[in-house]
Design a protein around this ligand. Structure first.
Ligand SMILES: Nc1ncnc2c1ncn2[C@@H]1O[C@H](COP(=O)(O)OP(=O)(O)O)[C@@H](O)[C@H]1O
Ligand SMILES: [Mg+2]
Length: 206
C-alpha cells in the first residue's frame, strides 16, 4: 500500500495525581509510554512492522526509552544515534547505560571521543562530532570497539558512515519543540529487527 502512513495513536493518559516512585527492577517505562504515541510508517525497503516511531515529551522519557533498549542489548550490538546537537542523543545514552546496569554517570564524550563504562556488558560510548572522516575513527581504534567485548553506541555516526558496518540499529532523534522529540528505531539486519521488535514489546506492550 502506498501513500499515507499507517498511524496508531494512543490516547495520552492523565498524569497520576499521586505518582508512585518505581522500585528497582520495576519497569518505569510505563511512565515513559504514558504520553507516548507509537506510529508505524512504512518506508522504502522496510515494512511498517520493523520500524518503531514514537514521541517523547521530556528528557526523562527519552532516557527511559534508552533504558528499555539497554536492558535488551547483547554482546556485539551496534547502536547509531542520529540527530542534531541538543536533540537528546546523550540523554538517550544515559538511559542505555542504566539498562546495562552501568554504575556512575554517563557524560558526553565530545572531547574524549570515547568513554568506556562497565555494566552488565562493557559500554563504549563514542561521539564522532569532531571527526571529519571514517579514517580518523579507524586510526583511533574504532574496530576495537565495534568488534570488542561489549556494545557500542555512536553519536554522529554520519561523520564516519563509510567505515561503519551495514548491520546496525539506527536510532534517529528529531526535535519537535523544547520538550518534545521524535524517536525512530530503524533496524538494519535481522539481529536489529529482532531487537526492535523486543523493544516495541517492552516499551509499548505490542
Ligand atoms: N524529550 C526530550 N528528549 C531528550 N532531551 C530533551 C527532551 N526535552 C528536552 N530535552 C533536553 O535537550 C537536551 C538534550 O541534550 P543531549 O542529550 O546532550 O543532546 P545531544 O547529545 O543530542 O547533543 C538536554 O538538555 C535535555 O534536558
Ligand atoms: Mg551528545
Amino acid at each position: 500500500m502506498r501513500g499515507k502512513a499507517e498511524v496508531r495513536r494512543e490516547e495520552p493518559e492523565k498524569e497520576p495525581t499521586n505518582p508512585k516512585k518505581p522500585t528497582a527492577g520495576e519497569t518505569e517505562v510505563k511512565t515513559a509510554t504514558v504520553k507516548t504515541e507509537v506510529i508505524s510508517s512504512p518506508k522504502a525497503g522496510l515494512s511498517s512492522a520493523t520500524i518503531v516511531d514514537f514521541v517523547t515529551h521530556s528528557a526523562t522519557q527519552t532516557q527511559k526509552a534508552g533504558t528499555v533498549l539497554g536492558r535488551l542489548l547483547q554482546l556485539g550490538d551496534i547502536i547509531l544515534l542520529e540527530g542534531d546537537l541538543g536533540v537528546g542523543k546523550t540523554t538517550f545514552t544515559k538511559g542505555v547505560g542504566q539498562g546495562l546496569l552501568v554504575e556512575g554517570y554517563i557524560n558526553s564524550p565530545t572531547f574524549t571521543l570515547v568513554n568506556e563504562y562497565q555494566g552488565r556488558l562493557p559500554l563504549y560510548h563514542l561521539d564522532c562530532y569532531r571527526l571529519e572522516s571514517g579514517r580518523e575513527a579507524l586510526d583511533f581504534g574504532l574496530e576495537e570497539y565495534l568488534y570488542g567485548e561489549g556494545v557500542i553506541i555512536i553519536e554522529w555516526p554520519e561523520r564516519i558512515a563509510e567505515v561503519l558496518p551495514t548491520e546496525v540499529l539506527r536510532v534517529k532523534l528529531g526535535y519537535v519543540n523544547d520538550t518534545k522529540r521524535t524517536i525512530r528505531l530503524e533496524p538494519m539486519g535481522t539481529r536489529y529487527v529482532a531487537l526492535t521488535a523486543e523493544f516495541k514489546k517492552a516499551a509499548f506492550g505490542a
